[in-house]
Write a protein that binds this ligand. Structure first.
Ligand SMILES: Cc1cc2nc3c(=O)[nH]c(=O)nc-3n(C[C@H](O)[C@H](O)[C@H](O)COP(=O)(O)OP(=O)(O)OC[C@H]3O[C@@H](n4cnc5c(N)ncnc54)[C@H](O)[C@@H]3O)c2cc1C
Length: 350
């Protein structure tokens, strides 16, 4: 099937213009990773002098479309129906593909969230094109208008640049947290085209009967992340990290092995198969700094590593290195913080 799709190049690719960005929504707001897509979409649209069009599908879209306009798009194109209230792959892909065949965008960017990944591949098949998944670098060749979609390969050791020369739109999903949310603008000149649609019942193959509330923990927005690895040696080490994180007004992160052994929940995992964070301060305690972890935190403004091994990889990426056992270093830091706050502290003898 894939071979058949690839065998049919797009007619007249030069007729395809503008950059589409899909807006994922939750509880009446556009999710942060879609705002990040507006940022990178705006950059590449400006490089070729084309328009940035946000595609939104759902119900009660106006406030979310207006929110998107304030992040700098030229147009919002929407399909609205009570049947589209919650994300459903088939009808969402249907309307996105309809917009593609009508507007012929050159590029279509989608955040690589759970729903974004699901949707992107379905839209690509419907539109007889491909999709480069999970990009961390996105650019455009301004002369040829070819999307330069880069994604890590071979366990994050190499970046592969993947080009889609013969099919349109050129689609990519991008890893949440990698691109910046753009500055807000007044958004007054943004064109709104929100259409009420009647959804074909055959497209609705699932019924959402409700959501079980989950304690929402989102590490990606934190300004300070105190992360622990297998070097902590035991689950209790995370209570110490939690105390430090609370003192600093931050949250706790973790390496994958610390999650795998059950010391902390997966929402806290930083790295290739976890979350990408870019806090002002990242503390890596008992983490060796393997490539799969580094890719999730290397964009942090300041990195402090605490490790007994002076040759650990993490040291190369750190602004400050504390060459000590975590169980000496962290209580000492906590003590200093408490002193600064004027609290009484017990002297630690090591
Ligand atoms: C496909 C794939 C995806 C992956 N995705 C991820 C991911 O998303 N995130 C991730 O983190 N990993 C990921 N990994 C795993 C990754 O390769 C490493 O195995 C992992 O990051 C190592 O975790 P760690 O640093 O906690 O453990 P280790 O590599 O074992 O390092 C422990 C460190 O603690 C130090 N140490 C030990 N005792 C102490 C002490 N008392 N005080 C201070 N320092 C001490 C040691 O010197 C060492 O440097 C992935 C691997 C694969 C193959």
């Amino acid at each position: 099937m894939t071979g058949l799709i690839n065998a049919v190049p797009t007619d007249k690719p030069d007729e395809y213009r503008n950059v589409f960005v899909f807006l994922e929504t939750r509880k009446g707001s556009v999710v942060k990773s879609s705002l990040e897509m507006i940022g990178i979409g705006r950059e590449i649209a400006d490089k070729v002098g084309e328009k940035l069009v946000c595609v939104i599908i759902g119900n009660h879209l106006e406030p979310m479309a207006e929110e998107a306009a304030k992040y700098g798009c030229d147009k919002v194109l929407g399909a609205e129906s009570p049947d589209l209230e919650d994300f459903k792959t088939m009808p969402y892909a249907h309307y996105a593909a309809e917009f593609i065949s009508e507007e012929k965008p050159n590029i279509f960017l989608i955040a690589a969230t759970h729903d974004g990944r699901d949707l992107a591949s379905r839209i690509a098949v419907k539109s007889r094109t491909g999709v480069t998944a999970d990009c961390t670098v996105i650019d455009i060749d301004p002369k040829e208008r070819i999307l330069l979609a880069n994604r890590p390969v071979y366990g994050e050791s190499t970046l592969a640049e993947i080009l889609c020369k013969n099919h349109r739109p050129q689609m990519a999903t991008a890893r949440p947290g990698v691109f910046k949310v753009p500055d807000r603008v007044d958004g007054k000149n943004c064109e709104m085209d929100i259409r009420k649609v009647k959804v074909d019942p055959d497209l609705i193959r699932k019924e959402i009967i409700g959501f079980r509330p989950k304690e929402e923990f989102d590490i990606t927005g934190a300004d300070i992340v105190v992360s622990g690895g297998i070097g902590l040696g035991k689950k209790e080490g995370f209570s110490m990290l939690q105390e430090l994180a609370e003192e600093l007004g931050g949250v706790v992160g973790a390496s994958r092995p610390a999650v795998d052994v059950g010391w902390i929940e997966r929402d806290h995992q930083v790295g290739q198969t976890g979350r990408v964070v870019r806090p002002k301060l990242y503390i890596a305690a008992g983490i060796s700094g393997k490539a799969q972890h580094i890719v999730g935190m290397k964009l942090s403004d300041v990195i402090i590593a605490i490790n007994t091994d002076p040759d650990a990889e993490i040291v190369k990426y750190s602004d400050y290195f504390i060459n000590d056992d975590v169980y000496n270093a962290i209580p000492a830091i906590l003590k200093e913080i408490k002193k600064l706050k004027g609290e009484k502290v017990e002297e630690i003898t090591t």
